[in-house]
Write a protein that binds this ligand. Sequence first.
Ligand code: NAD
Ligand code: G6P
Ligand code: MN
Length: 448
Amino acid sequence: MNNRKPVSIVVAGGGSTFTPGIIMMLLNHQDRMPIRQIKFYDNDYDRQKQVADACEILLKERAPEITFVSTTDPETAFTDVDFVMAHIRVGKYAMREKDEKIPLKYGVVGQETCGPGGIAYGMRSIGGVIELIDFMEKYSPDAWMLNYSNPAAIVAEATRKLRPNSRIINICDMPVGIEYRMAEILGLESRKDFVVRYYGLNHFGWWTDIRDHDGNDLMPQLKDYVQKHGYVTPNELANKHSEDVEASWMHTFEKAKEVAVLDPDTLPNTYLKYYFYSQDEFALADPDYTRANEVMDHREKIVFTECNRIVAEGTAVDTTFTADDHASYIVDLATALAYNTHERMLLIVENDGAIENFDSTAMVEVPCIVTSNGPERICQGKIPQFQKGMMEQQVSVEKLVVEAWEEGSYQKLWQALTLSKMVPNGRVAKQILDDLIEANKEYWPELR
Ligand code: NAD
Ligand code: G6P
Ligand code: MN
């Protein structure tokens, strides 16, 4: 691997709470992907500066050979890069909080990427991500954008439609996170000890087959476990490691058992709980304190306090930042593109026949083989009526949101909200929509 050409990366959304963990992870994987330059780009100078000043110290100490640049200037950021790693949050946590709280006022689940909250976030993200694509195409037309900015399903549909030839690949870490748990449940060292078949939309999919490298079927054992315990690991059940995982996530992993039993042939993505049991999730929610509040009080505080401490002390030798190893799938993807590794991984791509009996223009999440030409989808065949019906409803929501953004159409966004499985009827959809419009004035196109 020593002759691998070092890469230049711009992290878009440099001020993200995930940036330090991703930088530490990238440093750990330099044998696979050597780095010559890292740049940070953000449209919030003050937020990014805190993260960048700390990361600059960290990089000087651990990898002085890497050039580091932090900027809010698109030309400086996007010139001479091989990869744009994009994790922006348009409207930041203040707007996530509104996305989650407004639907709750009307008896509807409030969630970052699902239902009305996800639709509102999508209407903000589309413009932000398209702007990043345009910068990349202007200043580094051969680069690839690895996008994990949410809501990935809506962003992916928007970029498919509005920038059809762009070199953007949308990815999600939820299947990866669940596969870590599956490996633990099976007593395997790594999720790379098995190969999966999977289909769905982003935050809306099912595993259909999981086998070890000798071809042994691991599904029966896993299904048996997940139907009893969800994705709560044996260690967590024995209460050994639960302090690492926040209570709201533990609930999500446990709730997966109720989703799993709805279709005993497959294993579900955890996000399906919002669609199949939305009343339960609504009943659990505190309208004054949602996940955005939890993150602001926890992850955001921890990250910025540690950044400021590093800067005050002028060193990161004893930093509490750890490599976000579960983000190493980003390196899997980048190395596949840069060095043609033929990695097999789940990506969000245009269906184009991968799911035989489903809209060929839908953005679906399926296994792909990634070469230096980009992803090649692996055919998943026909899917059952249950999943097909659910996916058709949800993909229509996502497509209507993109049409509403493009055309400035109030009617289409109202239809999207009405069609969302979490919204009980058109009247409630309108009430939520009118509130969301008021809250998102600064960010959404004007709707007529
Ligand atoms: P964050 O608010 O901490 O960071 C986002 C950064 O983006 C902020 O510094 C903000 O100033 C910046 N930003 C906002 N709009 C921008 C624009 N138009 N141009 C440039 N920069 C802009 O958010 P976070 O919690 O760290 O999450 C970042 C993103 O990653 C979110 O979209 C989140 O949903 C997503 N995420 C995705 C996955 C996945 O599985 N796909 C996993 C984790 C996080
Ligand atoms: C998972 C999902 C992401 C989502 C995140 C929310 O990782 O795949 O798409 O953004 O969870 O986590 P948070 O801790 O911000 O609620
Ligand atoms: Mn995700």
